[in-house]
Design a protein around this ligand. Sequence first.
Ligand SMILES: [Mn+2]
Length: 228
Amino acid sequence: MKKTQVEIEKLKQSSKLADDCFEYIKTKIKVGMTEKDVAKLMDDYMLSHGASEVSFETIVGSGETSGQIHSTPSDRVIEFGDVVQLDFGCILDGYCSDCSRVLFMGEVKEEYKKIYDIVYEAQVKGIECIKAGMSASEADAIVREVVKSYGYDFNHAVGHGVGTKVHEDPVVSPKNEKDILEDDVVFTIEPGIYFEGKYGIRIEDTCVMKDGKVEPLNHTSKEITIIM
Ligand SMILES: [Mn+2]
């Protein structure tokens, strides 16, 4: 599971391209575009900036589609007031990136803000409190307990390893007591809260364990972002 310093550097570069893609799409996404339009812009950006391929089919979930954990970009037209869930990454120099961010179109409803703040708190808690030497299940619990403390939960692992494949060991899940998060292990932290048929919110960074602490490889903003 441990990566070499050369591999970690490549993962950083791949994550940087994902970050840049998010900055780009913030300037391009508009009410009236379809999910497919947005996914194509993101894919084209990553592919034209050195990526050999996308890490997985880019997720653009808007409105009720964002309530599915893994949606496929559809012809749904993005509307004013929508939550837009983006989950994306690319393969750069053989190494994958994986990042999730949320955009709010025109405004952020109180309910969305409340849920966003919980997911954000859980994700940041993971970065701050997961330490080297913890098991994957302990790491999962640190993040999940924040979400649970507000009366919610989510039906997927808190994270997974990332390398030449976008899903590698360790699975950061409640069941994985065996794998230990040591220095140089690269994994995601990606809590979410989903309301099927309504909306969902997930925030994800790919991270590396370094000097005993979690260091995110994604640096693009996780603050609430309203597209005007
Ligand atoms: Mn992921």
